[in-house]
Design a protein around this ligand. Structure first.
Ligand SMILES: [Zn+2]
Length: 53
C-alpha cells in the first residue's frame, strides 16, 4: 500500500493505522508531500535528512 495512492475516504477509514506509518517519518514524497517511516509507502520518496531548507 502506498500512502500516496490513498483517497480521502480511505484515509478517513484507516487513520488510526496510518498514524503508525507516519509518526516517525523519515521519508517524504517529492510529489505528494506525504511523510512515512518506510520509503516503500511513497511514490517519489527521499530521505528527509537529505533535504535542507
Ligand atoms: Zn507520492
Amino acid at each position: 500500500m502506498e500512502l500516496c495512492k490513498l483517497k480521502k475516504d480511505e484515509i478517513k477509514e484507516r487513520l488510526p493505522k496510518l498514524v503508525a506509518l507516519v509518526a516517525n517519518g523519515q521519508y517524504i514524497c517529492r510529489k505528494c508531500v506525504r511523510v512515512a517511516n518506510d520509503k516503500k509507502l511513497l511514490c517519489k520518496p527521499i530521505e528527509l535528512k537529505r533535504i535542507k531548507g
